[in-house]
Ligand binder design. Sequence first.
Ligand code: C2E
Ligand code: MG
Ligand code: MG
Length: 764
Amino acid sequence: MHPTNWRARLTDPVSLFAVAALAVLVLIWATTFSQVSRERVAAVESAKSLAADVAETYEAQVVRALREIDHTLKLVRYNLATESPVRVLANLRHMELLPPELLFTVSILGADGKVLATTHPLNEERQPRAAFVRLVRRNSDITVSVPSLDSVANEWRLFFGRPYHDGSDQFAGVISLSVHSGYFVSGYEQGVLGAESVLALLGIDGVFRARRTGNDVSAGEHVSYESVVPDVAPTRADAVIARNPWDDISRFTVARKLFEFPLAIVVGLSESEQLEPMRQRVSTYMGRAAIASALLTAVFGVLGWVSWQLQKTRENAVHERIVHAKRVEYLAFHDNLTGLPNRALLSRSLAEDIRVSRREGSRLAVMFLDIDRFKNINDSLGHDAGDAVLRAFGERLRTVIGRDKTVARFGGDEFVVLLPRIAGRQDILRALDKLLGELNKPFELAGHEFRVTVSIGITMFPDDGEDEHTLIRNADITMFYAKEQGKNNFQFYSDDLSSDSLEKLSLESSLRNALDRDELRLYYQAKYELSSGRVVGVEALLRWCHPDLGVITPMQFIPLAEETGLIVPIGRWVLNTACLQNVAWQWAGISPLSMAVNLSARQFLDRTLLADVKHALDSSGMSPNQLELEITESMVMQDVERAVRILDSLKSMGVKIAVDDFGTGYSSLSTLKRFPVDTFKIDRSFIRDLTSSAADRSLVEAIIALGKSLRLTVVAEGVETATQAELLRRLGCDQIQGYHTNEPVPEDEFAAILGGQSLAWSRN
Ligand code: C2E
Ligand code: MG
Ligand code: MG
């Protein structure tokens, strides 16, 4: 992990809480354990010193008692030298020199063991046994018996004895003193020592003379003396913790041999009892520490959780802001529909490419593409279909061009491709070849296959412009030129297309005035009947004679007129003018012709259409069946029911209907059949390569056959050569229209053509 990450991790609130909590926990437990160990040491020390104190006191008591006993024995012995045993005891009792009789029994026995005198004649159990007498006789020092059970008093008794001698120093008998064992352990204070401590008098033979544990007094039990009493007794007895062998209880034990007697005292303070208060305190400390730890953990846990949540919320907010910012940035520079760079990003990329080209001295091409007749797709198949086509088109473009180069959507059905680092036209042509090859493949839309064509305008840096604005504008103009050249082609920019003409058009404002200023003209193009060799009709084609720009073709301003709604008054003017002109020609002696007038989509759907047609016919006096209105497939496919109604109304007026640019729309045969149509006009894009392309030829054949089967007149548009005309005649086409017959011309020229029979066709 990166060091700054570590630092960030450590200083983030959650880690800080965890570290702080851990530190406090360590502190709590360290304090607790040190307190506990201090308590334990103190408790052990105080128990040891208590044991030592008790031992000292006990030893003093025992020694005093033993000395008194021995003193009594010696006193009796001394008196026996002068008086009889009975007198001795009587005198000593009288002088109150004997120990209390309730506890002690003093007896004098003869050498044969017979009781000569006793302070307790009634209880024989208090008299020593013969074995004891034998023992005492052998011992010049004080003798201490093993305990024997006094069945009368139900208690253990101890016998102390010394021998006495007669005047000739012969063994004369034994003086005995007996006392119950409990006497030596009566100093047991329950309050101080508890219920499990021990006071005991142990013979050096390992037999307990007396032992008291709580209220329980016993005697006579045997233990290994060495295991209880240490060899060398220290001056002040130090207590040791020992597990006492007789009852296996652990005690602070002091055991010490008495100096003048064959006995040892044993003091044992129960370890568990002595340490119990300490244990209780310890468990209180532990409990407190545990509660404190739990509380602390809970508090820090909650704080940590809250701050973690806060942090997460903050992180989420930051993340969302970043995502949002990225999205906004993306949207700002990309087209919603295709995901391609938009105009803004295009401008940036182009500026960058220009910089690179300038630095490297290389060239750069800008291609401006526009899908041909895209409006038809939108109008006839709907906007969703149009969108799908744009998406598919954009995707295909991007695939062909490669993701390392810029493919942008400029707007509507316009796309721009940048080809950086090219040497010259050769490179562009190669790219175009690939591009057109791909784009000409059919697209699939809702299970239908169809093709689109494009018109492309191309500029090069630095030849056709030094900055991105000029390069794109000129490419746009060039594309427009390519459209004019019959669509489905590409054009390189040249200065002839120069900036002055089209780009400076501020068409909209001048178009508004065109009607008033009488700048609109109609040009006429003949329709020639192949079977009779006669001109049977004429199509009126609109021109705008701009005072500065010269003659502008409808392709250039009709979309604008549509958009602005100006097409309706303009269309009305066209209808009136065409009808009046036709009638004028007839008056001039020209045989009646059918007059074809183009309608635009907006005009077709306009409420005033029927009234306008009627007005044109009425005011000119032209026969309705001489008027043929040209509509396109897309115009009627949008709302079939409504179109059928409008067409029916027009039909009922006697007007004829032609479907213009037939073959470029996407109308189905079944729908077409519902329209009361008189004429199909085969689009000129099928005628162009008619003689060379087998596909186009079979398509034209099919359209002719379809027209025939529907009993319609079939007209071929854009016929430019005699070969095309001848082939069409053979294929059974009814009429032709195109430059081969005549280019669209003003009315007087057209009249001259008709009158002088100077039609190109007839010249041949
Ligand atoms: P369109 O109705 O298909 O008209 C035929 C177009 O083909 C005319 O273009 C004509 O000049 C051109 N043309 C005729 N013969 C040939 C040929 O042999 N070769 C080639 N390459 N072209 C030929 P124009 O006059 O520029 O009109 C273009 C379109 O503008 C028309 O196509 C029509 O759709 C529309 N238009 C023309 N006049 C009007 C009008 O008064 N009202 C409306 N709404 N649309 C009009
Ligand atoms: Mg037309
Ligand atoms: Mg046409």
